[in-house]
Design a protein around this ligand. Structure first.
Ligand SMILES: [Zn+2]
Ligand SMILES: [Zn+2]
Length: 626
């Protein structure tokens, strides 16, 4: 995925119908697209049909173009536009606009939903930003998780390489992302701390530390002459965090005392009552698990859980075990966290995975990726006996220090089954608390509201139902019900003299997907074909032609279409239909091209199959000239 296709070209109509372009052409110099180009993109805004949001605040009439005009007319207003993370868990991104200055908070991606066949990631739709790219002053990063930084490599060029601001570890992870796409040289990254104030025009930003499942996570207070907003980032409250670094509770309270007009807060765990369990409790349970076991121990967790990995390294050391790291992202993260000082392994505890078989079982502890059952990850390879260094056998204990993310349950069950068959004993969250979330539950969310004391609340990060649960908590801690706002991606909130106005305006966000080398939007031909193939299979029809006449009979082959018996009933009719279509076209236009024949055959055969079998496979006719 080295080449990144330019969204700007796409906006200029270089890519028709949102199809993935084959290769990128030279980068045009950064320039404002002309007004008529903005208009052009306006009607391209398309949402997938099942994404229709009943009761949402987004009338589709208004587009990005008038929005800009308006903001230039009334400059003394703070505009806040979340363009990702409000209709999903993932692709978090928010635009802050004041006078001529724009700062962006986070630039994450989302792993695709089930029906997005073959799509690698979904990224925020940055067309609003591309049109205003000269005004972008900064991208502020809350923390290094991919749903907050993963889209950076795909947008940096189109945004003209704005400076990225973030904490040390967050920048370390951004760097890794940019490096992989050869974009590090052109990028500027600036480390922030929780003491200084950062100024972008009249926008002033103060960062505060929060607890989360990755160290060095930040929330931020953004002050402008029109009022103050707080963005929590992902957070929970943990008084005994694994990394020992406390959240800036005092600073949050001070920010609250100075007055906050509006807060945007993490909703990921808003459905769960109580407080999120401390990472220390997980640590103690892992320690107990390590103590009890005689044989080899394999612990799977997310590679970004640096604090938990630190605890595991210490427990291993206490119990005279060596730690072997397995899995690409785990190896890279452990190395980087060590270099940046976030991971301090006791001396001699880390060993190369290639040496794992040189140590007695009771001295082996392996930390691995793959807790979500990802088929290519190290733990899956162990479960299918295809891991190069490690063969699972009786006496091994595998600890899944993670909960399956919604949608991954069956992959995790498959994984556990494989490990179990090979003889491993499996410890997971339903047996023992060996995992805790990085996101605050209801009491954590209330505590944040109590500290920040915002006049207005906008729940962010999560699907509508999660954010709704969060919204319900506001009035319980004194936020007026009318001041709790449910926004959708692309909606606009304005802050003027401390007063919040919900604009009935939508900047229009499309589904922008990253798919191998290409970038396109959902609803494209490629996506539709994949969907048809996945749901109803493929019907190939090969027609041999010579000088406009058919030679022999068309040959029909199918994949994943219907059972043989059913096919036999319809095959002759498919052939007949194809022949008829070809003859009809030939009579009408003796100079018709291969492409035209393919089209009529596709139409005729698709119609027949729909009528007879009520199915819509991908019908793919091919004309061969002989
Ligand atoms: Zn996170
Ligand atoms: Zn997140």
């Amino acid at each position: 995925m080295k080449k990144i296709d330019k969204l700007s070209q796409w906006l200029k109509g270089a890519v028709k119908g949102g199809d993935a372009p084959k290769a990128s052409s030279p980068k045009p110099k950064a320039q404002h697209p002309k007004p008529q180009q903005q208009k052009k993109t306006g009607h391209q805004n398309q949402k997938r049909s099942h994404k229709k949001k009943p009761g949402s605040h987004s009338p589709k009439k208004k587009t990005a173009a008038p929005a800009q005009k308006k903001s230039q007319m009334h400059n003394n207003v703070l505009r806040i536009i979340p363009i990702g993370g409000l209709e999903e868990v993932g692709k978090n991104c928010m635009i802050i606009e004041y006078e001529r200055d724009i700062v962006i908070i986070d630039m994450g991606f989302q792993f695709p939903e089930d029906e997005m066949f073959g799509v690698d990631y979904v990224i925020p739709d940055i067309q609003y930003l591309v049109q205003r790219r000269k005004r972008i002053r900064a991208i502020l990063i809350t923390h290094g998780h991919l749903d907050h930084v993963g889209a950076l490599p795909y947008v940096m060029e189109d945004l003209g390489f704005p400076v990225i601001y973030g904490s040390k570890l967050s920048l370390g992870l951004c760097k890794k992302q940019l490096q992989e796409r050869n974009l590090l040289k052109q990028s500027t990254l600036k480390e922030v701390n929780n003491k200084d104030t950062y100024t972008f025009g009249k926008i002033k930003v103060d960062f505060f530390r929060v607890n989360h499942s990755i160290p060095d996570s930040m929330g931020m207070a953004i002050r402008t002459p029109e009022g103050t907003m707080v963005h929590t980032g992902d957070f929970k409250f943990d008084f005994t965090p694994a990394d020992g670094i406390e959240a800036d509770i005092g600073k949050m309270s001070a920010i609250g005392k100075r007055g906050v007009n509006i807060m945007f807060s993490d909703s990921t765990n808003a459905m769960k009552p109580g407080h999120t369990m401390s990472e220390r409790v997980v640590g103690e349970n892992l320690r107990r698990a390590i103590e009890r076991v005689e044989g080899r121990i394999i612990i799977a967790c997310f590679a970004s859980l640096i604090g938990r990995i630190q605890q595991i390294l210490e427990f291993a050391h206490e119990h005279n075990r060596k730690v072997f790291v397995s899995g690409g992202s785990m190896v890279r993260n452990v190395k980087m966290a060590q270099e940046l000082g976030f991971l301090k392994p006791p001396r001699g505890v880390l060993k190369d995975i290639n040496e794992v078989n040189n140590f007695p079982d009771n001295q082996v502890l392996v930390i691995t990726t793959g807790s979500q059952g990802e088929p290519m990850a190290a733990l899956s390879r162990m479960a299918t006996a295809s891991h190069r260094q490690l063969k699972i056998r009786k006496g091994d204990t595998v600890v899944l220090s993670a909960s399956p993310i919604i949608g991954n349950e069956s992959a995790v069950a498959f994984l556990m089954d494989g490990l179990s068959r090979l003889g491993a004993n499996i410890v997971h969250n339903r047996i023992m608390d060996v995992h805790t979330s990085g996101h605050g539950q209801q009491e954590d969310l209330k505590m944040m509201m109590a500290l920040i004391k915002p006049d207005n609340l906008v729940p962010i990060h999560g699907n509508h139902f999660m954010r709704k649960a969060h919204a319900g908590l506001g009035p319980k801690v004194g936020i007026l019900e009318k001041n709790v706002h449910m926004m959708d991606n692309g909606n606009v909130i304005e802050l003027r003299k401390g007063k919040v106005t919900f604009k009935h305006e939508d900047v229009g966000v499309r589904y922008v997907v990253i798919d191998g080398l290409g970038q396109g939007d959902l609803g494209s031909v490629v996506q539709k074909e994949r969907e048809a193939m996945a749901k109803n299979g493929v019907v190939n029809i090969v027609l041999k032609m010579k000088k406009g006449k058919m030679v022999g009979k068309p040959v029909v082959t199918t994949h994943g279409f219907v059972y043989k018996k059913e096919l036999e009933k319809i095959e002759a009719d498919i052939v007949k239909k194809a022949v008829d279509a070809v003859n009809k076209l030939h009579a009408k236009d003796s100079r018709a091209r291969a492409h035209d024949y393919e089209n009529v055959v596709r139409g005729a055969v698709s119609g027949l199959i729909l009528k007879r079998l009520d199915r819509r496979p991908l019908v793919a006719p091919t004309v061969l000239h002989v």
